[in-house]
Ligand binder design. Structure first.
Ligand SMILES: Nc1ncnc2c1ncn2[C@@H]1O[C@H](COP(=O)(O)OP(=O)(O)O)[C@@H](O)[C@H]1O
Ligand SMILES: [Mg+2]
Length: 249
């Protein structure tokens, strides 16, 4: 593991009552992190929660605070530090492990890590498809999902810090299982992954920690207790019971 805790130092917090603070400090999970920090206890952590609960806001700020570009991309890129950070990325700090401190303070080119967001990953895939040598396979002959996994598999060979925002977007059920396998291996290799997801398949990665975010703020939750899993289970059992409400006039 590389990072143990994300927090905002007291002297950086805007003064005044929590309610009067600017966005995104008013988003419940961010407000809770501002109060007490967020602990990371396992190599893989999933952030799960409804749309608008603050997952992307957190993951982007985590990336920036680690020196990764919030627009997505790999560590060690030039110019990352020349761009203004997001509000939260600017306030956030990492408490690292010894291995994390070595990576973070080392030369830019030695940094390993990647911020993967679905939007930029697609553009990235287009840019590199057909470029052999970077990886053995020719990704231009693959489907989007296949190429995506090939690129991920190659990129993930080193124990860096990986932040992901809904990486399941391009992936089928079977491809999601391959991503679970990749994530699991990454976790075992000394890397660290923090991943926002709506996928009950990804969230079930063995040994992973799950933090559920929502109106309550954030809390550690077991996979079987997630609202996401409950919804999927009940929907798969009986879609009609859900659809009655959806189509009711
Ligand atoms: N630049 C912004 N300024 C103000 N509010 C924003 C901005 N970006 C997102 N929000 C709001 O912050 C909340 C959290 O958004 P987001 O982190 O994207 O949620 P999630 O990724 O969990 O769907 C949402 O209510 C969203 O509308
Ligand atoms: Mg999001």
């Amino acid at each position: 593991m590389l990072a143990r805790r994300a927090y905002i130092p007291d002297d950086l917090l805007p003064s005044g009552l929590p309610d009067s603070r600017p966005w995104p400090l008013t988003v419940p999970c961010v407000a809770q992190m501002a109060e007490e920090g967020m602990l990371f206890e396992r190599p893989i952590t999933f952030l799960v929660g409804e749309n608008g609960s603050g997952k992307s806001t957190l993951v982007e700020a985590f990336a920036e605070a680690w020196g990764l570009d919030a627009r997505g991309g790999r560590a060690g890129r030039k110019y990352v530090n020349d761009r203004p950070k997001t509000v939260l990325g600017d306030l956030l700090r990492w408490e690292t492990t010894a291995a994390g401190a070595r990576q973070k303070s080392g030369p830019r080119t030695k940094r390993r890590g990647y911020f993967l967001r679905a939007e930029t990953a697609f553009g990235f895939m287009e840019a590199i498809s057909g470029m052999r040598g970077y990886w053995e396979e020719d990704t231009s002959e693959m489907s989007h999902g296949e190429g995506f996994l090939t690129v991920l598999a190659n990129m993930f060979r080193e124990p860096g810090f990986y932040l992901m925002d809904e990486p399941e977007a391009a992936l089928s059920f079977t491809s999601c299982l391959r991503l679970v396998n990749l994530l699991y291996d990454l976790g075992e290799s000394g890397a660290q992954v923090i991943c926002a997801t709506h996928s009950p398949v990804l969230a079930a990665t063995p040994g992973a920690d799950i933090i559920e975010v929502g109106d309550h703020g954030f809390r550690r939750t077991k996979w079987e207790d997630l609202a996401l899993v409950d919804h999927w289970r009940r929907y798969m059992n009986n879609p009609a019971a859900y659809l009655r409400y959806v189509t009711e006039q």
